[in-house]
Design a protein. Structure first.
Length: 621
């Protein structure tokens, strides 16, 4: 049992937590939610003992192991794989003792304990977690010093999950993840056997993983049973009751004030008036739910342009002399709502930079409307805002030559009115900084908005407001986001960035999620027999119609193989059930063998497809 008893925390003269209390039973999966700046991370720091409360106390189960990701990302010559294995401190200690131990009785105890904690399956478990979070085999064995900060935090998260603490504490764990890794993390957490406390603004993750919502507002905690949708429904009902209670109280207050005003001067009613005046003084006002300006997003509508805005024709793009993406054929029209899918590292940001004209094609052609304005949002813009400047300073510089009224109007579209426009950036929350960056990139009413992970600093309500603003916006949108709720509500076209190119994905976001998770996918099977392949090769000299049919067959075969490989990858990433370790190892080896056969068949099929396509092109020429 975790008990939060009347916690009060003051920071910089401000009261962040004010007598907050809650009780979390063992095995609970609790999601902490609240507006940006409500104190969620402060509460987490109190829970892990990093911050001492000014009043109140936290009661934790005795001898419970707490696990959380430290703010400092791991670094140095150690690899992600080594870092994850080292997170099991007991296993590391016992293995070292086993090597040096000369006492047979003690050695027997050590080996017995190693078996009890599944020490010998640890490398396989560590590898599955790392792969699930996006580390392929080569990346697992590179030094941490070679990775970016985001990938280092992924390694830290992998180590935490591997250590399997009794109380797992996570603060926005999906911020450094792509959609695929977020889906894997959600699956992992759903089967986590101990207590979980997570701060998250991911609606789907909160709905699918947690069974209790801890809502932090006004320094107080309130518990709601269920996931986020359950919480939102209960909160809406509470708001309705609150509004009705406030209206009733306002009417009663008006009646009392009127009575006091009319009867105070008359001797016969002065006592009654005085009594009612005391009643008014004792009456605690019911506060209305405040209108939060952090929910303000209003993208200016662009001038109309004839389609298409951008066309890519067999374009290639990359860095220095190395292409990242090839054979890009893409058309973007003024009313497009496109979400880019694919794992981090596959080239989504590279494609976004090409479309934003920050990169130029290495091969092929890119044609864009000469009058087109592009607004490109990245997390770097949020991080690079001058901390000692105000929103008004930033916008005035960005809109040089514009009137003060125009500058103020653009800031007002994003909630920076009055004193908020003159507040130092250093004092703004992460969500407010993100809104400021969005205000800056849309100041020229762009025809195309390219948003690369725009929700990382936004709470759930702010994300809903952003969705509404994007749906009201009359320009084109290209979205990169691991928030599948936003993708589902915003995008009507999906483009998969994978295998060195980008192509339209034929299904919806749910179909893609099914593909990633291996749901409703064909079971792994052996590759097609060589005889069939020889038969296909013997038909290669046929006419153009047969060649076209062959290309189509190979495309279907390639898609089938890719689906089978994805199904195996998902099975290999699934957390291992506790039980017979030998049986689990045999099953894992069988999956690895099947995958190797399928990968070889896929390589052969792709080579055949390329050859057949070239022959078809030659016939058409």
């Amino acid at each position: 049992m975790i008990t939060i008893k009347d916690i009060t925390v003051r920071l910089g003269g401000n009261t962040i937590l004010d007598g907050a209390s809650a009780t979390i039973p063992p095995g609970t999966r609790a999601g902490i939610v609240g507006r940006n700046g409500a104190g969620k991370s402060t509460l987490m720091k109190v829970l892990i003992g990093e911050l001492e409360p000014d009043a109140g106390a936290i009661e934790m189960p005795r001898r419970a192991r707490l696990g959380y990701v430290a703010q400092d990302a791991p670094d140095g010559a150690a690899t992600p794989f080594e870092t994850v294995l080292a997170a099991d401190v007991e296993r590391t200690r016992l293995l070292a003792e086993a090597e040096a131990c000369t006492d047979p009785d003690r050695l027997g105890d050590v080996y017995e304990r190693l078996l009890a904690i599944d020490a010998y399956t640890a490398p396989a478990r560590a590898g599955r977690i790392l792969v699930g979070l996006g580390f392929d085999e080569a990346m697992q064995n590179q030094p941490l010093s070679s990775f970016s900060g985001g990938w280092k935090m992924r390694a830290a998260l992998a180590a935490l999950l591997f250590s399997a603490p009794d109380v797992l504490l996570l603060d926005e764990p999906s911020n450094h993840l792509d959609l695929e890794a977020t889906l894997w993390l959600e699956t992992f957490l759903k089967s986590y056997p101990a207590t979980l406390i997570i701060i998250s603004h991911e609606r789907d993750l909160l709905n699918n993983v947690v069974d209790t919502i801890l809502h932090l507002q006004g320094g107080k905690l309130a518990l709601y049973a269920g996931g986020y949708d359950d919480f939102e429904r209960q909160r809406a009902e509470r708001a309705t009751h609150l509004a009705a209670a406030k209206a009733s109280q306002d009417a009663q207050r008006a009646r009392l004030q009127d009575y006091v005003a009319r009867n105070s001067a008359r001797a016969s009613t002065a006592k009654q008036a005085q009594s009612r005046a005391k009643m008014l003084a004792r009456m605690q006002p019911i506060a209305a739910l405040a209108d939060d300006p952090s929910l303000s997003f209003d993208f200016p509508d662009p001038a109309e342009l004839r389609p298409p805005l951008i066309t890519l024709d067999l374009a290639a793009v990359g860095y220095a002399e190395t292409p990242v993406l090839r054979r890009l054929n893409l058309r973007i029209d003024p009313d497009d709502r496109i979400a880019l899918l694919g794992r981090n590292g596959n080239g989504k940001t590279t494609l976004a930079r090409l479309l934003a004209a920050q990169l130029t094609p290495m091969e092929g052609a890119m044609n864009a409307s000469g009058k087109m304005q592009v607004g490109y949002f990245t997390q770097y813009q949020v991080e690079e805002l001058a901390s000692d400047a105000t929103p008004l300073d930033h916008m005035t510089r960005a809109m040089a030559g514009k009137s003060p009224a125009a500058v103020r109007a653009q800031l007002g579209r994003f909630g920076f009115s009055g004193h908020r426009a003159t507040t130092k950036v250093a004092k703004l929350s992460g969500g407010e900084r993100a809104r400021l960056a969005l205000a800056l990139i849309t100041r020229e009413a762009p025809h195309l908005l390219i948003l690369d992970e725009p929700t990382n600093h936004l709470d759930v309500d702010a994300r809903e407001a952003l969705v509404q603003a994007l749906n009201d916006y009359r320009g084109a949108v290209i979205l990169i986001s691991h928030d599948r709720h936003m993708v589902e509500l915003t995008a009507d076209r999906l483009v998969l960035v994978d295998d060195g190119t980008a192509r339209d994905y034929p299904g919806g976001i749910e179909d893609y999620i099914d593909l990633v998770l291996g749901r409703n996918q064909p079971k792994p099977a052996a590759a097609r027999p060589d005889g069939r392949e020889r038969g296909a090769r013997s038909r290669a000299g046929g006419d153009a119609r047969q060649e076209k049919q062959r290309v189509a067959e190979l495309e279907t075969h390639i898609a089938d193989l890719q689906q089978q490989i994805a199904a195996i990858d998902t099975a290999m990433l699934a957390p291992s059930p506790r039980g017979d370790a030998a049986a689990a190892a045999i099953a894992a080896a069988a999956l690895a063998t099947d995958r190797a056969a399928l990968a070889k068949a896929l390589e052969t099929a792709e080579a055949q497809w390329l050859a057949a396509s070239e022959r078809l092109d030659e016939r058409a020429a």
